[in-house]
Design a protein around this ligand. Structure first.
Ligand code: HEC
Ligand code: HEC
Length: 446
């Protein structure tokens, strides 16, 4: 890879001081987005069908060309693949935000909220509190189907984003990539817990403690009390659950797992519910599977990101990444358990995450509670595939790796304790500029 290292000593001339710089997202995107190599023919067909579901756009009644029915009444976009677009389907926000065009497609009368910009990240918005001061925490869909030619007679107001912005009542999330997510799903809880107990002394000296005095703590699924692991706060237990929820929350498509419309206004209902369900009358076994199940298998079968080959800078960067303490949260590898699918069984997962929640300080806190995650707690973001990501951190506030690293540090305030990452960031900041550059090169090679 191109290494920005030009510490030239030209005779007696003094070279300008070298400053480490984020090399930026890869110019040539990685090949992520393919399936595991060793799928059976039936699994491969499922991958293809699931991909199609993932990419299929929705319209209100399914009457627009090449669309499925069920969009809205409230929604954030009309397809999974539109938000999870880069570098390929299953990834994350593309460079140009498709939400801008969708706001007014088919005659829709949506006003574009100020935090949605053409060259900004795809965003989903939440309100922290309701009018009456009680906690909200929920997603507020950006758009409605009002005005669309396929939704005659439906009139809905968008949430009042202007007022929410003025009252500092908004928080944002950008899409997370899901290459290799099947491997993450197949990691035993025991492996996550055992990893949380390693390097105790070092974690303690770096101040990485977590709320319960372990180093970080898992989020937990309330139905079966096992560790949940997907989403920015590890708030969702499994891929199928995430898919089903995304269908309803992002697109307004009700399904077997989430059968009720989030918005039930009578004049805006053009379909029966659930809109997407098991295909009971299918003539083939694969046809029987619900679109939710198919999309979940598509994701499960997505191969993990492949890092660029090692060079000297990457090798040194990786070493420093460990030395300064980044690996105390960004665990380089975890192993899967005794998974049913052979290609997920007993495999190394090079995700660079411990899948635990950490107190990240008031600077990153989004004031949203999910499961056991408090307003300042986030899942250590898996860093595999980082080379392809344009937008960084849960709200996509920056494109710059150095800014993402410094955002890890913040002092405590009256609501939240100091970030667990403070000491690690301070150690990173003491590296020479050249060593910082090695770390950045390593990260953009992932
Ligand atoms: C409007 C944009 C948008 C659309 C449309 C969308 N997503 Fe997402 N997706 C997100 C955001 C934002 C997150 C992070 C959610 C969070 O943690 O709060 C996410 C996270 C996920 C994750 C979790 C990955 C991980 O490892 O944490 C999965 C799985 C997922 N989406 C699947 C889907 C599927 C399937 C669809 C279509 C049914 C879909 N998404 C549609 C924005 C979107
Ligand atoms: C205390 C645990 C912890 C430590 C230590 C830590 N991180 Fe993180 N890291 C996180 C969490 C949690 C997030 C997600 C935060 C958010 O989005 O608000 C994150 C996010 C990131 C991201 C953004 C990823 C994305 O998908 O947007 C990068 C890059 C990153 N970390 C790099 C580093 C580097 C480099 C170091 C060492 C200097 C480091 N981290 C140390 C917990 C940690």
């Amino acid at each position: 890879m191109a290494v920005a290292l030009f510490w030239v000593e030209a005779g007696s001339q003094v070279a300008p001081p070298f400053k480490a710089q984020d090399p930026g997202a890869r110019q040539t995107p990685s090949k992520s987005g393919t399936s595991f190599a060793d799928l059976t023919p039936a699994q491969h067909q499922l991958f293809i069908d699931g991909h199609q579901v993932f990419n299929e756009a929705a319209s209100v009644q399914g009457t627009m060309p090449a669309t499925r029915p069920g969009l809205g009444p409230r929604f954030n976009l009309d397809s999974c693949g539109g938000c999870h677009a880069h570098p390929h389907h299953g990834g994350t926000s593309p460079k140009l935000n498709p939400q801008v065009e969708l706001a007014t497609r088919e005659g829709a009368t949506n006003e574009l909220p100020s935090f949605i910009q053409a060259d900004g990240p795809v965003r989903v918005a939440r309100f922290k509190f309701k009018h009456d001061g009680r906690r909200d925490d929920g997603v507020q869909a950006l758009f409605t189907i009002s005005g669309r030619s396929d939704a005659p007679g439906c009139f809905l107001m968008q949430p009042n984003f202007k007022r929410a912005a003025a009252w500092d009542n908004l928080s944002f999330r950008i899409p997370t990539p899901m290459f290799g997510a099947g491997l993450i799903e197949a990691i035993d809880d025991d492996a996550i817990l055992a990893n949380s107990r390693t390097d105790d002394a070092k974690k303690f000296s770096f101040g990485i403690r977590g709320r319960s005095n372990g180093a970080g703590r898992p989020n937990v699924n309330d139905n079966d009390h096992t560790i949940s692991r997907f989403g920015w706060k590890a708030q969702v237990k499994s891929l199928e659950l995430f898919v089903a929820q995304a269908f309803n929350v992002e697109q307004g498509i009700t399904n077997d797992l989430f059968p009720q419309e989030i918005e039930e206004a009578a004049t805006c209902r053009f379909t029966t519910t659930p809109e997407s369900t098991t295909h009971i009358d299918a003539s083939t076994p694969l046809g029987f599977a619900s679109d939710v199940a198919k999309a979940a298998f598509f994701i499960r079968f997505l191969a993990p990101p492949v890092p660029v080959p090692d060079d000297e800078s990457i090798v040194r960067g990786r070493m420093l990444f460990g030395e300064v303490g980044c690996t105390l949260c960004h665990t380089p590898t975890l192993r899967t358990g005794h998974a049913t699918l052979a290609f997920l069984r007993d495999k190394e997962v090079k995700l660079y995450s411990d899948l635990l929640l950490h107190n990240m300080g008031p600077g990153l806190a989004d004031d949203i509670k999910q499961g056991r995650a408090q307003g300042d707690e986030f899942r250590t973001a898996p860093l595999w595939g980082l080379g392809d990501r344009f937008f960084l951190l849960h709200d996509g506030r920056t494109k710059d790796l150095l800014e993402a690293i410094s955002a890890h540090a913040s002092r405590g305030d009256w609501r939240y304790p100091p970030s667990e990452a403070n000491e690690v960031v301070a150690t990173f900041n003491r590296l020479t500029e050249i060593d910082k550059q090695h770390v950045l090169n390593f990260l953009r090679g992932l």
